[in-house]
Write a protein that binds this ligand. Sequence first.
Ligand SMILES: Nc1ncnc2c1ncn2[C@@H]1O[C@H](COP(=O)(O)OP(=O)(O)O)[C@@H](O)[C@H]1O
Ligand SMILES: CC(=O)OP(=O)(O)O
Ligand SMILES: [Mg+2]
Length: 425
Amino acid sequence: MSEHRAPKDGLILAVNAGSASLKISLYRRAEKSSSTSRHGVVELLLTGREAKNVSAEGIKDHAYFLNHLKNESKIAKGSIVHVCHRVVHGGDYYEPVIIDSESYHYIENLSDLAPLHNGAALSVMKSAIEALPKASSIAYFDTSFHRSLPLHIASYAINTEVAQKRGLKKYGFHGLSYAYILGAVGYYLQKDTSSLNLIVMHLGSGASICAIRNGRSLDTSMGLTPVSGLPGATRSGLVDPSLIFHYTNRAGRITHDPSQAVDVRVTQAEEILNTESGWNALTGTSDFGEVVKHMKEHQQTDATAGKNVADWKSDAKWKLAFDLFVDRIVGFVGSYYLRLGGKVDALVFSGGIGEKSAELREAVVRSAECIGFQLDQAANAKASKEEGAVLNVGKRADFCRVRMCRTDEQLEMAKESALAEKFWQ
Ligand SMILES: Nc1ncnc2c1ncn2[C@@H]1O[C@H](COP(=O)(O)OP(=O)(O)O)[C@@H](O)[C@H]1O
Ligand SMILES: CC(=O)OP(=O)(O)O
Ligand SMILES: [Mg+2]
């Protein structure tokens, strides 16, 4: 933490180390940030995104962004007061914490429970601390939003002593995104967030769904780790827990010769489910936009020309990945509709896929027509190109509107930081 007093209109750098991208935005804290409204508490100065596979160094090092700050925008590094970091797994930390050696090691110890995330966030933190020694680094947790999960929903049906001792429960993730979406939809509907019931889908490289009751998380599809629930770019989503023992030849022999199975380690299982699965495993690409594009191309070809069986086999993978994803999403939407007793103010699509794929939104809503959701085809077709944080893509004005929300985890952290007086003393 800086020894100097933080200037009240200082700059906030917000860093979002996701599984497939690093998103960074820079904000200026507005003078009126002490007001009770969350709207307009920060002003966006710069934003950027790097795909993780562009350069391994890019992820470890903030240098490219800091250079950009210096050279292109003439912003002095010294004016950055806070660096907010998205940390996916916060364990029992619910409030944002200033990074010191204790909190750093706590987050490090949780890395096994978020193998694609916590380690990357920590290495970004290290470089930020080196590059900006006067700024304070603050961790914001994806898990915080789900602290409200009722005990019977967060618990697994396993030995309770072991569960408590080892912290084996549903934590849930994408919480910064859900918090942002809740605020944005409340603002759009001019409704107090504490009276909002939403079913929100965050569909990106990691995908999850959240049922929000009276402004609080009631249930969410990810669990102890972000591998559960929906499939993702390289993640399996929910599978039968025994599947992994039958996945490799050696693991498959467990029942016949246990000695053959000793090398099948949990880490290998995690590797397979986290990085060798998802639509990348089904189709060969981790970009869902490609999945949709190829599926549509092949559907057109099917319609205009006769198909032979060999073509069908090679093309079917795109449709399989799309249909499988829609099926899993619809399963959660139906379940969460019941959980909320049918009282749903909005069904919200967000995340890269939810925001960009009109086809995915259409397929999901079509399956949810039986419970009252309806899509406005024209609004849905143009939504991805229109401006705005929240857009209406649903038909019926009176009931269960379907919305699209451009989520912004960096903005959520920046707002929280701007509003936390204790960080500006
Ligand atoms: N036009 C598109 N249609 C469907 N999916 C898309 C499209 N463009 C991008 N995507 C998907 O969105 C993902 C990025 O989602 P996003 O939430 O922004 O990223 P991240 O998960 O890295 O935080 C991409 O990996 C890709 O799968
Ligand atoms: C929790 C999670 O899966 O995050 P992301 O989608 O950013 O990888
Ligand atoms: Mg993300």
